[in-house]
Design a protein around this ligand. Sequence first.
Ligand SMILES: NC(=O)c1ccc[n+]([C@@H]2O[C@H](COP(=O)([O-])OP(=O)(O)OC[C@H]3O[C@@H](n4cnc5c(N)ncnc54)[C@H](O)[C@@H]3O)[C@@H](O)[C@H]2O)c1
Length: 277
Amino acid sequence: MIDYGIKDRVIYITGGGSGIGRAIALLAARGGARVAVADAVAERAAEVAAELRDLGVQAMGETLDVRDAQACDAVVARIEDKLGPLDGMVACAGISPPSAATAMSDEVWSRCLDVNLTGMFRSVRPVGQGMVKRKRGAIVTIASVDGLGGHAGRAHYSASKHGVIGLTRALAIEWGRHGVRINAVAPGVVDTPLVRANIPPDHLQYAMIDRVPMGRLSSAAEQAGPTLFLLSDAASFVTGSVMTVDGGTSAGFFTRWNGADLGSRALLEAGAYGEPE
Ligand SMILES: NC(=O)c1ccc[n+]([C@@H]2O[C@H](COP(=O)([O-])OP(=O)(O)OC[C@H]3O[C@@H](n4cnc5c(N)ncnc54)[C@H](O)[C@@H]3O)[C@@H](O)[C@H]2O)c1
C-alpha cells in the first residue's frame, strides 16, 4: 500500500457516508489517519465510522447538512475537540439530480447550488479559519469534469461545479500565504451503484466508455489516492490546482467513435484502435 504520510493526522470528510467520500475515508484510515466523516444521512455516517474503527483508527461519524452554516461550524468544533486540530479536509458532499434546463424549477436549481457550492463554502469556512490561525493544513474540494465543461441535463450541477473550481482557486490565493493549501479533484464518471442505476447498459458501453480514453469507468477508490496525495506533504507546493481524475475524458473533444465519424472511419473499421467495438 502507498504510504501517504498521513499517520495520526486528523482528516474530516463531508459526504463521507457513501461513494467517493467513503472510499477516501477508508484509504485515509488504512494510512493510519484519525478520520471524521459527516453526512446528511445519519446511518451512513455511523456505518462508515464503524468501518473506520474496525480498521483500528479513531473515528467519528457526524450527521450534517452542509447547507446549515451553524451546524458546519459546530461539527468542526466537535471534531477538533475529540480528535485534535484538523490537518486535512475533503469537501465531497454533493448531489446531481438530472433535469432539463427548460423544465428546471427554481427549487431544483437552488437546492443543487445550495448543497454543492454554498454548502461547500459553509463546510470549508470553519476549517479554513482554524488552519489559517495554525498556519498549516490542506483541503481538497471534489469538483467534477462537469466543472470544466457543460453537461446536458445538468445545467445546475455544471454551474455548481464550475463554482467549486472558482471557489477553490480564490481560497488558494487567500490562504496560500498562511500555509494552507486547497486543490480540487475533478472526477470523471465514477462507477457507483447510482451511476449504474442511471445509465442503460448499452449507453454505458458505447457512449460512456468510449468517452473515456482509458476505456472504463473509475472506481471510487481510484479517486481516493489522488485526493490523499493532494492532502499529503508530497504536494506541499501544490495549491489552487484542479486535478482531473477522469481516465483522459477531458484530454480532448473527440472519442475513437466520434472522431472516426469525423474523418477516420477507415482507421476505426480497419481496427487501428485495437478492439473492433
Ligand atoms: N459519481 C460520479 O460519477 C461523480 C463524478 C464527478 C464528481 N462527483 C462528485 O463526487 C462527490 C461524491 O459523489 P458520489 O458519487 O460519491 O455520491 P454519493 O451519493 O455516493 O455520495 C454523496 C454523499 O453526500 C451526502 N450528501 C448529500 N447532500 C448532502 C448535504 N446537504 N449535506 C451533507 N451530506 C450530503 C449524501 O448523503 C451521500 O452520502 C459529489 O460532490 C459529486 O458531485 C461524482
